[in-house]
Design a protein around this ligand. Structure first.
Ligand code: GUN
Length: 301
């Protein structure tokens, strides 16, 4: 069997199209334009690329984008003052502070200073608690993207065996809560898990979010499983093979695993594009909630 390719480029474009339509309606019917503020502290090259892409896509769906690029030596006090200003700005419905922050800044303190209603990353402790107790929350964008893709592919996930590799606060833990809510039997595996290969081979749904290039091989995967690869790893390549000198691979050995999986996300072009699409849909949701308007259907957990 050769697994079906789960095309995140195409699916994320459909989500952005839905968001764009809803934004147009909000502007026309309510006179409200959703706004997303993105804060970047310092010059981390990967973060600069992400922030640029977030701003561009925000504008493309008709929302207002507010970008704050702060010096790497910005003090905690200055950053907290900016967040307080954005919390009180009624034109801003979503606030995101790009991580990682420089070492002298306390990420937990900064994230928890963002109003939970504007926390479109879903990282605020209130949103973490709401999600963990099965209540309405702002949901982190990457796991939300995985969930929407799984719903599209599988539909009812009730009773499925879901195994998540990786226990991060950004992906692994929120993903577990989302899949418990879908009535899956969920196991979170990590670097200390024993017999991880055998465990993975019992998964109907396998989610890899561990940051280890091509760790998951063909013989780790059950025939027909749905495999979601969240990994984005840069590996060196000979300049004679690839003029860039590197290539991007996931946590899954795609060429091997696709022979056994029922469906599989590629890297790049799988979950990556879903993350920003979900950031836009979270901003739309935050705007609807702030204005007591009906939330869009099919874009939330
Ligand atoms: N850095 C890498 N991924 C993310 C994300 O999803 N949100 C934020 N704020 N920073 C990140």
């Amino acid at each position: 069997m050769v697994g079906k390719l789960l095309d995140g480029k195409n699916f994320s474009a459909q989500i952005r199209e839905k968001v764009s339509l809803q934004v147009k309606k909000l502007i026309e019917n309510e006179g409200v334009t959703p706004g997303l503020a993105v804060i970047l502290v310092g010059e981390d090259p990967a973060s600069q690329v992400y922030v640029k892409s977030k701003g561009k896509q925000t504008v493309e769906v008709g929302m207002n984008s507010y970008e704050y690029r702060l010096d790497k030596n910005t003090s905690e006090k200055e950053l907290l003052t900016l967040i307080k200003k954005l919390n009180n700005d009624k034109n801003v419905h979503g606030i995101l502070c790009q991580l990682p922050l420089p070492d002298h800044l306390n990420s937990d303190l900064v994230i928890n200073a963002i109003s939970p209603h504007k926390d479109v990353d879903g990282f605020h402790i209130s949103n973490v608690g709401l999600l963990g107790t099965g209540q309405k929350a702002m949901v982190p964008c990457t796991p939300l993207g995985c969930l929407l893709m799984l719903r599209e592919e599988i539909g009812d996930m009730s009773g499925k065996n879901a195994i998540i590799i990786g226990r991060s606060n950004i992906v692994g833990k929120p993903m577990a809560h989302l899949l418990i809510k879908e009535n899956c039997t969920v196991t979170v595996a990590h670097s200390r898990t024993k017999k991880i290969q055998k465990l993975c081979s019992t998964a109907d749904i396998l989610i890899a979010a561990v940051g280890r290039p091509e760790l998951i091989k063909e013989d780790w995967v059950k025939e027909g499983a749905t495999v979601i690869d969240v990994g984005i790893n840069r590996i060196e390549q000979d300049l004679n093979i690839n003029p860039k000198g590197y290539k991007i691979v996931g946590d899954v050995d795609f060429e091997g695993v696709k022979k056994r999986a029922g469906a599989i996300t590629p890297v790049p072009g799988g979950i990556g594009p879903m993350t920003i699409a979900c950031l836009l849909s979270n901003t739309l949701v935050a705007c609807c909630r702030a204005n007591n308007l009906q939330e869009p259907k099919g874009l939330t957990a």
